[in-house]
Design a protein around this ligand. Structure first.
Ligand code: DC
Length: 423
């Protein structure tokens, strides 16, 4: 084939394909070099530009060539398609796009894991909008589709390759923040800020740990369960036959205690003297011991030091009793979750039943009231709401609603760090 025929063949190929074709693929089909493909694409583009009767052009992006409509006729084409491309993206759509762009190829289930909510309808809208495409399937039962961003996404976001996306240090949070900035030129120059500590305090059963876990997943940052530390120490005291309220004996115990926190697949391991205590610390006895031991100054300083060390190194959502008042009093985002005693008791009862433990609603309510009084009445770092913490009563709210409110508050504060009307 000669040069003119090759150009015509490439035009036919691009027209028939509809989607962008890699230079490598075109080169192999036409039996020419990839450099020649680039030259042909350039010449074809020039030919269209010189022909006033043509409504087409050629786009080369990320080593891929496509035949597209001339932007001059955008409105005409938009009228035909019903202008989906011009529609403003929702925050959920930006967030989902960021998850796909940084992790591609990803499955819908993986997107859901990162965002913490079902994202199927958002993904469908992004596919309709031409920003996301299916890019194969995973070799697993059900053959889940793998999703990737499209050349259209790169074009709209001013990138020539997904590799040009701003770097992320393991954190989806920064990228979401950048992609959500209304001015993309500004967004790309933004220095990634280190996500701060997010404090969630409140009494037991208020839904703190569930909310904290989901929020952490939505923001792509870690979750630290500080109650587990007090529980682990209470458990060790019980194992040693030490009363968790015996200050002298517990102080002695701490001298020979080595606690560290590890994370495996997002799950926290509270390791004491080399042993993961998680399987043993969710009983009523250990909860009681944790409440007693957490009132001791030596125990509080031991745990708080570890929490601060962790929070200084890495962004976390921390759930506890004194995170916003004492551990990280300067945390920019603070929430205090609460719920009626009855609702909290019902939730705790369900947790215990799930673990195969027997209890009655009355006994759990009684236990909760006692623990509340002890945790909030103690002299040192009592469980109480920080004056700048947002109070959320979760009694009549679903887990998802609680997290949605938190995300809204965080986003609002990010945009209006010095205040501003909340919608
Ligand atoms: O959240 P939880 O039920 O796992 O907490 C166990 C005990 O630890 C609880 O009685 C209060 C105490 N605690 C605390 O004093 N400070 C924290 N930051 C977390 C928990």
């Amino acid at each position: 084939m000669d040069w003119v025929q090759n150009m015509a063949a490439m035009e036919a190929l691009l027209f028939a394909a509809g989607d962008p074709l890699s230079c490598e693929r075109i080169a192999s089909i036409l039996d020419i070099s990839e450099d020649d493909v680039f030259l042909l694409a350039e010449q074809l583009k020039r030919r269209y530009a010189l022909d006033p009767a043509s409504g087409l052009t050629v786009r080369v992006l990320d080593d891929r060539v496509s035949l597209v409509t001339d932007p001059k006729y955008r409105e005409t084409v938009a009228t035909f398609f019903g202008d989906v491309r011009g529609q403003k993206l929702s925050e959920a759509a930006y967030e989902t796009l960021a998850v796909i762009a940084y992790n591609a190829p990803v499955t819908r289930a993986e997107i859901e894991t990162v965002r913490g909510v079902n994202s199927d309808s958002v993904v469908s809208r992004l596919i309709d909008r031409g920003l996301v495409q299916e890019a194969g399937t995973l070799d697993l039962p059900g053959r889940p589709a793998l999703l990737d961003v499209t050349s259209q996404f790169l074009l709209e976001f001013g990138l020539s390759s997904a590799n040009e996306l701003p770097p992320v240090d393991l954190m989806m949070y920064d990228s979401v923040q950048q992609l959500m900035h209304p001015d993309l030129a500004v967004a790309r120059d933004m220095v990634p800020v280190r996500p701060p500590v997010i404090a969630i305090d409140g009494p037991s059963g208020a839904g703190k740990s569930t909310a904290a876990k989901r929020l952490a997943r939505r923001l792509g940052i870690g979750f630290l369960d500080t109650g587990a530390m007090y529980r682990a120490l209470g458990y060790k005291a019980l194992q040693l036959g030490i009363s968790p309220s015996d200050e002298v004996a517990v102080e002695e115990m701490l001298k020979n205690t080595n606690m560290s926190i590890e994370f495996s697949s997002g799950l926290q391991k509270t390791i004491v003297d080399g042993e993961d205590t998680e399987p043993f610390i969710r009983t009523t006895e250990v909860a009681r011991a944790a409440s007693d031991i957490s009132a001791l100054p030596s125990v509080r300083s031991y745990c708080v030091r570890l929490q601060r060390e962790l929070g200084d190194k890495q962004p976390f959502v921390l759930d506890g009793r004194d995170i916003g008042t004492y551990v990280f009093p300067n945390a920019p985002y603070k929430f205090f979750l609460t719920a009626s005693t009855e609702v909290r008791a019902k939730r705790r009862l369900q947790d215990l039943q799930r673990l195969g433990k027997e209890a009655t609603l009355e006994s759990v309510m009684d236990e909760i009231q006692k623990r509340d009084a002890q945790d909030s009445g103690r002299a040192l770092a009592p469980a109480k709401r920080a004056s700048d913490a947002m109070l959320i009563d979760t009694s009549d709210m679903s887990e998802e609603e609680v997290v949605d409110i938190m995300v809204d508050v965080i986003r609002h504060k990010e945009r209006y760090p010095y205040g501003g009307a909340v919608r």
